[in-house]
Each structure stands twice: as C-alpha cells, then as structure tokens.
Design a protein around this ligand. Structure first.
Ligand SMILES: Nc1ncnc2c1ncn2[C@@H]1O[C@H](COP(=O)(O)OP(=O)(O)OP(=O)(O)O)[C@@H](O)[C@H]1O
Length: 295
C-alpha cells in the first residue's frame, strides 16, 4: 500500500496447489487493478475456488505467489483480512445467531461498529436482522453474507458466485452496489458461472481450465466481432471470416471487418438463412474451451 491507497489490488503469479496427488491449480497468473471489477470464469473443477482460498490464506500454495494490496497472501494474511471482504459461494454462520448479531461480530473483526453504512446495506438488501441464521432461506443467507462483506468498507472484495441464490432484483441491486464500490476505488475479483453478469459488469476476464489460465481477455476488444451463423448456400471465403463450427448444413463464423462487406458476402452466398450477433462472452468461452479440447 502507498499513502493508504492500494496500487496493485491483487497479483497472482504462477500459482500452484496440489492436494496430495490431485492438482488444484498448476499455473495461474493474473492481476486485478485498483478499482477494477475483474471476472474469473471456468468450468467446474477448473481451480477458481482453489485460487480464492489461497488468496484468503484458507489453504497454502504449493508454489508461486499471491498477494493482495502488495501484501503476501501467506505471510501477511492478518493484515490482508483487515481490508478485504469475501462472499463465499456457500454461506455458513452459526445457525442460532441472529442476523444482526452476526453482522455486529463480523464488523468487530474489522474494528467497526454497527454504523450507518451497515444499516444502509441492511435496508438495501432487505435483510431481516431479527431472524436467526438457520431460519433464513438460501437467498437471505447470501444477503447476510453480502452485508457482512460490504459493511466494513473493504478496499478489496473477493466474490465466489455472489449471486447464486439471489432473486433477479437482488442480483441487480448487488451489481449496482458493486459498480458504485468499484467507481470509488474498491477492487473486485468476481468468480462466476453466470457469463451474462460477467459480460455486463466486467471489462477484463481471466479464463481458467484444468488449473491453468487460458487467456485474460479485455471484453472491449472482442465487442466489434460478430458471430455469423449461416444455413445452406455456397462456400464463403474472406480473410475477416473465421470458421468456428460446421455441422448439418449450418456454419458458424466469427467476423471482424466492415459491415457492408459482410452484407455483400452474405448476399452473394445464396444462403437459405443467416443470423448475425455481437460476439458474447459465452461464445468466447465456448470457443476457448473447444480449442483446448481439439487434439
Ligand atoms: N480438498 C481437496 N482435495 C482434493 N482435491 C481437491 C480439493 N479441493 C479441490 N480439489 C480439486 O481441485 C480441482 C479444482 O477445484 P476447485 O474447487 O478449485 O474448482 P472450481 O473452479 O472452483 O470448481 P466449481 O466451479 O465446480 O466450484 C478439482 O479437480 C478438484 O477436484
């Protein structure tokens, strides 16, 4: 940290974790800038939670370095916890404790009282503080975890499937709040299977598979690309067109170039039908993972 401000929010370099003979992660490197809302996506078992658990010092790495706010995830974990909030994918608190008491205890870990900000967040997420934790629904348990993570005004937030269990209105509410927080300089690592929310709210995304980072992509750079699906017609050749998939008379291309050129190509090909869409994060995800599976 420099002058109380975090310069490099999260840095991960060649991280490795072996669970005995099993590999958790093999080679994970990426960094999250100050004030960035950064996406972390990958299939089940890819190594997202392992990476997050190392960052939070719940488990030790087998190799490589992970740091938050320039502090080492292993050696400086106590200091890191003072300015880092965490929403786990599965929320567990003492079942018999009332929600208000859980938040009070959680704030206490950060030397904060139950203040106006805590009250604002409880209202925003419509949290019933009088209920015992075990009486809450799945979504309300998640909301309790959201308030516990945000109330101490952390500088860094680590979110593991934060919208899992939240209804669509609360999901929007959470992201509106996260956008505000990142505009105020809070750095956010968002691990999610919901590619729609990652595409909507994150600018950069790290893709992980089998413990290795496949790519860190700036979504602004892929936006001009179109996904073109055609049925029937003649062969279409153009340097701006890249064939992604071909099956049963259907061909899927990625196109980068001028729209007028694309329209002429489609017109001349004598097609039965076609669709043109902006390239989505889901398409990029499927393409990256398909490529990896090709021999
Ligand atoms: N305690 C453990 N013991 C042995 N292997 C483990 C352990 N925890 C995780 N693994 C293995 O490490 C790999 C990465 O798992 P991890 O939970 O980090 O993936 P993930 O990307 O978070 O998956 P998901 O999206 O399903 O939550 C998997 O192969 C998993 O089986």
């Amino acid at each position: 940290m420099k002058g109380g401000r975090i310069m490099d929010a999260i840095q991960i370099s060649h991280l490795k974790k072996y669970y005995g003979k099993h590999t958790g992660v093999e080679d994970v490197s990426f960094s999250v800038k100050e004030g960035e809302l950064f996406g972390f996506v990958g299939p089940n078992g890819a190594g997202k939670s392992t990476t997050i658990r190392i960052l939070l010092n719940f488990i030790f790495p087998s190799g490589g370095i992970a740091s938050i706010g320039g502090k080492d995830a292993v050696k400086d974990s106590v200091a890191i916890k003072r300015f880092t909030g965490y929403i786990p994918s599965e929320v567990r608190f003492y079942g018999d404790m009332k929600v208000g008491d859980i938040i009070r205890v959680s704030n206490g870990f950060y030397n904060r009282s139950y203040d106006e900000e805590t009250e604002r967040l409880c209202r925003l997420f419509e949290l019933d503080k009088t209920k015992k934790f075990h009486e809450l629904s799945l979504g309300n348990k998640k909301k309790a975890a959201v308030v516990c993570a945000l109330a101490p005004r952390p500088k860094v937030l680590i979110l593991d499937e934060p919208t899992n269990g939240l209804d669509p209105m609360m999901q929007k509410q959470l992201f509106a709040e996260l956008k505000n927080q990142s505009a105020r300089g809070v750095s956010i690592l968002l691990s999610s299977h919901n590619l729609g929310e990652v595409q909507e709210y994150c600018r950069r995304v790290a893709f992980i598979k089998q413990g290795k980072i496949l790519a860190v992509t700036d979504l602004k750079e892929i936006q001009p690309q179109k996904i073109v699906t055609v049925w029937g017609g003649r062969e279409i050749m153009h340097p701006g067109l890249q064939l992604l998939e071909e099956r049963e008379g259907k061909r899927v291309f990625r196109y980068q170039g001028e729209r007028a050129v694309l329209l002429r190509l489609l017109h001349e090909a004598g097609l039965e039908d076609f669709t043109v869409e902006n390239e989505s994060l889901e398409e990029r995800f499927m393409d990256l993972y398909r490529k990896e599976e090709r021999p």
